[in-house]
Structures are given as structure tokens and as C-alpha cells.
Design a protein around this ligand. Sequence first.
Ligand code: FUB
Length: 450
Amino acid sequence: MKKYKFYLFLIITVFFLFNNSTVAQNPIILDQFTADPSARIFNGRVYVYPSHDILSNESRGRIGWFCMEDYHLFSSSNLTDWTDHGVIVSQNKVDWIDSSSYSMWAPDCIAKNGKYYFYFPSNPKDTIFGRGFSIGVAVSDKPDGPFVPQPEPIKGVKGIDPNPFIDKDGQAYIYWSMGKIYVAKLEDNMLELASEPQVVEDLPEAGLKEGPYMFERNGIYYMTYPHVQNKTERLEYAIGDNPMGPFKVTGVIMDESPTGCWTNHQSIIQYEDQWYLFYHHNDLSPKFDKNRSIRIDSLFFNDDGTIQKVTPTLRGVGVTGASQKIELDRYSYKSETGVSIAFLDTLNTFKGWKSILEQKDAWIRYNAVDFGNETYRSVQVKVLSQTGGTLQIRLDKPDGPLLSEVKIPEGTGWKTVDSSVSKIQPGIHNLVVVLKDDNPVEIDWIRFLN
Ligand code: FUB
């Protein structure tokens, strides 16, 4: 018996030590702050190289400002299940960085000739590199490292938000920003400039522009950038037929945040026939917008190559397995009244959110749940209701086919309640959860059991 207990303990310990993957909608990373997502596809897998916001305090960084000391890397093959590869570069492992600056701002990565080049800005400790931001490079044989930082930053570059781009003819470029956006050609070694930096002209004259991200589609070069047109940053783009311009300002990809997150920062990739916008918002830190979280939404082009404006969603992208915890608070649609979303614990937002249904016929819909070919016999809901209440789980619409009616017992603590389900057709379905009486019910998640 003792041996059995020991092995059980070992299995549980190993599971918690090495299970560093998360499943999420928007935001996609829930256990830490992430910002400035640079998404890349390497060997058929999506890698996201974001910044890593942390909270400053008396002994680190500057109170009330960005505080970033290292970079984590995340990857996924379905844009839903994310693996955290841990820290790939940190300020105290880079010779030229002033490690009291906590200024590891927006990075990016690119592959060339079997090597991976990770570009990152920070503040140098040595004035021979000048004041303000410089941009360094760390090199690896694999997308997830180990990355070896170069001993010095790139000569001739002062600024933030590096964005490397390799054109179809093999010529590499690097874009960066410092109020305006700059571009230069890169040498074949990806470590040195091959041309004098030049300002990317023709972008809006007034208002801060930063976070350049270049991509090419059907011969059109898209220079995308956050720009302060009014109060805070919105995502815009300009198009041209050459990576160095000239460009024509063409449109807005995403409007300013309605809740006031001052920054935004984008990257755009095509993965398995769908285009995606990666960006950030302060979901997990609504009161302090220097602690941000990365998100993904689908992006569509018009026939003439222009980009349709993206409306930020909580549901994000990808399908959710029916047996996974389905976080209804990341909903696709909800009734106009009677539904609200709140943090489970306002003192620890990393615990996530709950949905609160509080009036008869209030409903919440969560799209794209994959039932595969499994036979599911019951649904489990994690709920809290002081008065007790009745939920119905339906397909597609508030009056769509009924899967289950769940009686929630009254109580003051969270409970998991199981209820049998009627036969569910195989495949992907949209779920709707409806409150059938006026007794409020809080829902953490639901999942199906077979
Ligand atoms: O993350 C720090 C800075 O905020 C980035 O470098 C900018 O693009 C903005 O997102």
C-alpha cells in the first residue's frame, strides 16, 4: 500500500512539473502576462514569440511602467492547445544589456538557412552603444532554442519593435520603430545591416507609429503598424509593391480598444488556409494596461487585397474538444440582457472568469465544440447558485435541440453537477446554455463525459 501511495505521489508530481500546456481562447495564455505577439510558422507548427509583462515593484523596474525581464516562447498545432517552452532569452544572460532596465520589449524571430534569429530590443548598459534602445540578436538551431545572444547589439540600429522579413528573392530586411518606422536591408548573416536605415515614408505624419510587421501576399507588401490616430493605438496598414516602399496608407485592421488599453501590437500569418491576426489586450489586468495578454482572431481579405477590419472576440479561434472544460465566459454571442462576465477571483485574475446568468431566458452561446465520433452520456457543469436554478443546454440557438436540463442545487459554494444528455450527432456544434427561471446561476465551465 505504501509503495502504491508513493507511485501515485510520483505520477502526480511529474504531471504538475512537466505539464506546461494550456488550453484557451482569448486571451490564449492565462498563467502569465504576454504582449506584442510575433507569430511564425516553423516546420508546420505555430510559434509565438511575445513580450513578457511582469509587475514592477520597488526593487525591479519603474512603478507604473512596462517591466519585462525575459521572453517565453509558446507553440501550438491547433491554435487552441499551447505549449509554454519556458524562458528563451533573459536580460541577465545578454552581455550588452543593462539588467536593471527591465526593458525586453517586443521581439520577433525568423528562420534562414536552418538557423533561427531572435531579434529583441533593450537598454544597453554601455554608453558606447548610445542611450535608449538597441536591438540584439540571439541565434539557435531550433525554433525553441537554445538561443545564444550575440555579444553586441546590431550596429546602426536605435529603436524598438524589430521585425525581420525575407523577400521571395532571399533578401532579408529589418524594420523597427522609434516614433517613426525605419527599414534597412540585412546582410546574409542576419546580424548586420547591409544598407543605411531609412524612414518608411508615406505613413501618417502625425501620431506615434510603432510595432512594424511586414508580410507579403499575392505580390502585395503589407506594412502593418499600431498608430495613435486619436487617443490610443489602433492597427493600420499601408500597401506597396516593394518591401522598402513607397507605401499607400490603406486602412484600419483593428479599431482602438473600447476599454482603453493604450497599446496594441500585431502579427499576421496564414495557417492551414486561414489568415489570423495576433494582437494584445489587457484582459487579465483591466486596471493597469502595461500588463497585457495576447489574443488571436481570424482575418479576411477582400478580392482586391484589402483587409477586412477585425472585431476583437473573446471566443477567439479554433475548436474546443467536448470533453475539455468549455469556458462559456469566452462566449461567441449572448442575450442582450441577463448575462454578465466576472473574474472568479478579483485578487487573482489568473484564475479566469465565470458567466453569470441572472434572468429567465438569458442565454450564452459558445461556438465550435468538437464532439468527434464519441458517444457522450452526460454533461458536467461547475456552478454556484444561492437559490438553486435550472439550466438548459441546447444546440445552436436558445430554442435549438435540447441536449440536457440541469437542476442546480442551492448552496453557497462551487459544485460540479452531472446531468444525462440526449444523443448528440458526431462533429462540431455550437452550444447554447439558457437559464430557465429567475434564479441566478454562476457557471465556471461545462464539459461532456462519455
Ligand atoms: O511592449 C512594450 C511596447 O509596447 C512595445 O514595444 C510596443 O510595440 C508596445 O506594444
